[in-house]
Design a protein. Structure first.
Length: 483
């Protein structure tokens, strides 16, 4: 077999197959491999005319088909299958060759794999890929990590197959060493969860408080999509809401089971944020909201619980309320991104990745699920000040939130009065209010901690320690000794 393929893809389910076609359509010769060879042959049969494919059946054939340095993309189920594939191929590779894992790996696994393969001189590139099967075929947003040298030869190929932002910039950059790419992809997914939750809350408010039908709400989302909320998720929301179920004639949204699935990356975003001490309350609420939706028995048992009685809005009140919801949605969205970017910055500091936050915003502008006009503004904010403490410190975002806050608060008041759950909006506003607060009740929390754990508090002045000890003796209940 001639070693003429510039890149190889192993794992030819929906993502791998489309990514392989994307490379081929862009003029690269692509070696193909899959554990079950039938998938490989099916791809060539169906799409062989799209470009230069080299079908292989064994690992040896696959590796032999690749030009040096070899570039081998793995697109298999994340976790053990990825390790199995690495173990199969790594012994056949030589120093300087590259393994690119395009699956949704946990960044800690990527760090481990990169370290192990580095010992063999193999460059391991953990690359987050977003955009689903459509993106894989027509241009995804790609977040590669790994050794920077690998990007010299791999980068131009990824740039060619990636999505392009409106200004023509490719939606790919070398994010940083080892697990940086998969970390950024994980946070991308966390932000995606928050975005979807906020959109869901806006929908439910428009339906339950303003009394609009799904078709009317679809029109509202279409209008929003022409303004500052312009994004893929708002666009598809309008499509979903205007879709009618053929069998029942009902709005599609009324026949879909109201339980949202999750694959795990949103949960990882929250778990890692807890480890890093980063408050991503909006993302966490989005993860919990999906989790709550799946607790059917609990929901069934709670359905009859008391709630407020509904108040109908007039046509003009409903229209004014919809404008307020747009403000609340936009302000909450700024907070979600603020939290997500904080997590990226914290991960970067923890692992010495030196991630360029402006570049991250830039590569999310096209191809990925959270692509939005808004990301251009985030890019500008970080480009203007790389060390921006938070997106809320950017003058433009701060002014927009200042202009939105009255409506944001009013929407939450209505939600609470009408009993519409809005954990995302509420968490975002609480985060905003907590950040801008002159003093936080954390002072009291610390006082309580000092009270029951005096000896473990080195900074407590002796005078206070003595005084608190005295009071502790007088306390009617003995305090516990740990928090
Ligand atoms: P799946 O995640 O469904 O994985 C199926 C592929 O993994 C098949 O090629 C299968 O081979 C292979 N595989 C498995 Br399962 N176990 C294996 C093993 N032990 N050894 C070798 N191959 C094995 O495919 P996908 O949905 O195309 O996703 C691929 C990757 O891309 C995943 O990591 C996913 O998280 C990520 N991703 C997916 C999306 C999306 O929208 N689907 C978006 C972004 C990222 P077989 O044919 O022989 O069973």
């Amino acid at each position: 077999m001639s070693n003429s393929a510039q890149i190889g893809v192993t794992g030819l389910a929906v993502m791998g197959r489309n990514l392989a076609r994307n490379f081929a359509r862009n003029g690269y010769a692509v070696a193909l491999h899959n554990r079950t060879a039938a998938r490989t042959h099916a791809l060539v049969e169906e799409f062989g005319s799209e470009g230069d494919f080299i079908a292989t059946e064994t690992a040896k054939e696959f590796v032999a088909a690749l030009e040096r340095p070899r570039r081998l993309v793995i697109m298999v189920k994340a976790g053990e299958p990825t390790d199995a594939v690495i173990q199969e191929f790594a012994p056949l590779l030589e120093p300087g060759d590259m393994i690119i894992d395009g699956g949704n790996a946990h960044f800690a696994d990527t760090r481990r794999r990169e370290r192990e393969l580095r010992e063999q001189g193999i460059h391991f590139v953990g690359a987050g890929i977003s955009g689903g099967e459509e993106g894989a075929l027509n241009g995804p947003s790609i977040m590669p990590g790994g050794p920077v040298e690998s990007y010299e030869s791999l980068g131009p190929m990824l740039e060619k197959i990636s999505a392009k932002a409106e200004d023509g910039a490719p939606c790919v950059t070398h994010v940083g060493p080892d697990g940086a790419g998969h970390f950024v992809k994980m946070v991308h997914n966390g932000i995606e969860y928050a975005d979807m939750q906020l959109i869901g809350e806006a929908y439910q408010l428009l339906r339950d408080v303003a009394g609009y039908s799904p078709a009317q709400i679809a029109d509202i989302f279409r209008t929003w999509n022409t303004g500052r909320l312009d994004s893929y998720l708002i666009e598809i929301t309008a499509e979903v809401l205007s879709h009618v179920d053929e069998a029942t004639g009902k709005p599609f949204v009324d026949v879909v089971q109201d339980q949202a699935e999750q694959k795990g990356t949103g949960r990882w975003t929250v778990q890692i944020a807890l480890d890093l001490g980063v408050p991503v309350s909006g993302i966490a609420e989005a993860v919990f909201a999906r989790s709550l939706s799946g607790h059917s028995a609990l929901r069934e048992a709670s359905r009859g619980l008391a709630g407020p009685s509904a108040t109908a809005l007039s046509e003009s009140e409903a229209s004014a309320f919809a404008d307020q919801v747009e403000q609340a949605l936009y302000a909450s969205k700024i907070v979600s991104y603020t939290q997500g970017f904080h997590e990226v910055a914290a991960g970067s500091a923890e692992y010495d990745w030196n991630i360029d936050l402006g570049a991250v915003a830039s590569i999310w502008r096209g191809g990925c699920i959270i692509r939005a006009a808004f990301l251009d503004r985030i890019r500008e904010a970080y480009d203007a000040q790389a060390e921006l403490p938070s997106l809320l410190s950017d003058d433009t975002f701060a002014q927009e939130i200042a202009a939105a806050q009255d409506d944001w608060r009013a929407v939450l008041v209505s939600a609470v009065q009408q009993g519409v759950p809005t954990p995302g909006f509420a968490a975002a506003l609480a985060y905003y209010d907590a950040l801008r607060a002159e003093r936080l009740p954390a002072a009291l929390t610390q006082g309580q901690r000092d009270f029951f754990a005096l000896d473990g508090v080195p900074h407590l002045p002796d005078r206070h320690r003595r005084e608190l000890r005295g009071r502790r003796r007088e306390a009617p209940h003995r305090p516990p000794q740990s928090d």
